[in-house]
Structures are given as structure tokens and as C-alpha cells.
Design a protein around this ligand. Structure first.
Ligand SMILES: NC(=O)c1ccc[n+]([C@@H]2O[C@H](COP(=O)([O-])OP(=O)(O)OC[C@H]3O[C@@H](n4cnc5c(N)ncnc54)[C@H](OP(=O)(O)O)[C@@H]3O)[C@@H](O)[C@H]2O)c1
Length: 222
């Protein structure tokens, strides 16, 4: 089985890489700059690809003809100044974060969809509960919240559009996880989050096309 993962050099992306290598999959791990953490794994089933999903240049590296699972994991939080409050948020922050978190997965899918169709595969888009309007009781965090909310909709449209091609699409919430993004202040560790999300992916037929699902299998209202 072939899996391609974006933002694979650290955090949840690296966790996904380790999970699928341990299961004996061929893993195409994408990184935009620092790829040493991946190279150090020294696994024959690991294939490195340079890919900045915020750019239109596409990937550098050999890709498989068919992809059973594509995980759009790469993401950024954006400025932490003032918690992205109404007073502090800048238009350019909004656009930068939207470009990576929402347009990025769209770029990747446009580039790879024929290979996913060839495998009748699965696309998993990693969003966040922060993108759920129903869950937003604390406000602020304009750039991150809106980019992840928009990704939920992009993911749903992909699910509808690719269904007739035999491709299943799901949107994931990893939980609040101890990674660089949360300054390691999350409630759960990477292993727990990845174990949960990969279980959800494995059970994708239990969910509706494009459904927004947390690492613990709970549906996220949005
Ligand atoms: N941690 C949480 O609690 C949490 C909760 C909800 C959702 N998420 C989502 O889960 C995903 C992974 O988060 P994480 O916690 O593992 O974050 P992280 O530790 O900050 O890692 C982010 C990864 O994305 C990569 N990346 C950033 N911009 C990129 C770009 N333009 N092109 C390619 N790769 C890029 C980073 O690469 P570099 O090393 O090159 O920067 C890094 O590999 C993100 O989409 C995040 O929004 C996380």
C-alpha cells in the first residue's frame, strides 16, 4: 500500500510516517525544507519528496503511480501576536495561513488526484476543531480558525466530486496534541492522536463522504 503525507518531517506528520512504516506500507514523506528527521529513519520503504504546499511549483521527487492514502497534514498556525485577536490580526496573516492550510491541500489534490483515483484510494484532510463554528465560544484566532473552516468545505466538495471516481474523502481533527504547534501543551501525545486518526481512516466506510471526525471517532459539528 502507498501513502503520501505532507508536512512529514515533524509533529503529527512524522507520527503518520512512523505509523505506516511500522505497518509495512510504502511511504512518500513530503517536507519543504528540513528533511533530516526523515532521512535519519533510514527505512527502505521511505521515499522523500520536497514539497512546499504554499507554492505552485509542485513536488520535487519521484511519486508512485497510484496512491492508496493521501494525508494533507501540513499546516501553520500563523501569528501568535495577541492570539490573532480582532485588534492584532493583519490581512497578510489571514492570507498566508489561508494559503497554506486551505489552498495547500487543494493544490496537492489537484496535482495527485489521478494517482488516488488509480488506487480507488482515500484522501484525509487534517483540519481542526478550531475551524468549527459550533465549537467557537472563545472568538479570536481569526487566521487559523477561518483557514481550517474553509478546509472543511474544500474537503466536503472534494468528497462529493471524487465519489463517482471511487475516492473517499474524510476531514480529521487530531485533538489537542503535544507538538511544536501547541508548544507541546496539548492534552494528548502524537502516538495517541495518530493511532486514533489512522483508526478513523481505516474505518472510513462507517462515515459519510467528507464527514468531519475527531481522533476519537466522534463527529465534529461545524
Ligand atoms: N497539534 C494540534 O493540537 C493540532 C490540532 C488541530 C489540528 N492540527 C493540525 O495538524 C496538522 C499538523 O500539525 P502539528 O501539530 O504536527 O504541527 P507542527 O508540529 O507545527 O508541524 C507542522 C508541519 O507542517 C509543515 N508545513 C508547514 N507549512 C508548510 C508548507 N508551506 N509546505 C509544506 N509543509 C509545511 C511543517 O514543516 P516545517 O518543519 O518545514 O515548518 C511541519 O512538518 C496541521 O495541519 C495542524 O493545523 C494540529
Amino acid at each position: 500500500m502507498n501513502v503520501l503525507i505532507t508536512g512529514a518531517n515533524r509533529g503529527l506528520g512524522l507520527g503518520f510516517v512512523q505509523h505506516y512504516l511500522a505497518k509495512g506500507w510504502q511511504v512518500w514523506a513530503c517536507c519543504r525544507s528540513e528533511c533530516e528527521s526523515l532521512a535519519k529513519l533510514g527505512d527502505e520503504a521511505l521515499h522523500l519528496v520536497h514539497w512546499d504546499v504554499g507554492e505552485n511549483t509542485g513536488p520535487q521527487g519521484l511519486l508512485p503511480d497510484s496512491i492508496d492514502l493521501l494525508i494533507n497534514n501540513a499546516g501553520i498556525y500563523g501569528s501568535t501576536k495577541g492570539g490573532q485577536s480582532l485588534d492584532e490580526i493583519a490581512p497578510d496573516d489571514m492570507l498566508d495561513v489561508f494559503n497554506v492550510n486551505c489552498v495547500g491541500p487543494l493544490r496537492v489534490v489537484k496535482y495527485l488526484k489521478d494517482r488516488v483515483i488509480a488506487a480507488q484510494g482515500v484522501i484525509a484532510n487534517v483540519s481542526s476543531k478550531m475551524g468549527s463554528s459550533a465549537d467557537n465560544s472563545s472568538g479570536g484566532t481569526y487566521a487559523y480558525r477561518t483557514s481550517k473552516a474553509a478546509l472543511v468545505m474544500v474537503s466536503k466538495s472534494m468528497a462529493v466530486d471524487l465519489q463517482s471516481d471511487g475516492v473517499r474523502v474524510i476531514t480529521l481533527h487530531p485533538g489537542w496534541v503535544q507538538t511544536d504547534m501547541t508548544h507541546h501543551s496539548g492534552l494528548i501525545d502524537i502516538t495517541t492522536s495518530v493511532a486514533g486518526m489512522t483508526q478513523v481512516i481505516a474505518n472510513i466506510n462507517n462515515y459519510e463522504a467528507g464527514q468531519f471526525v475527531a481522533f476519537d471517532g466522534q463527529i465534529v459539528p461545524y
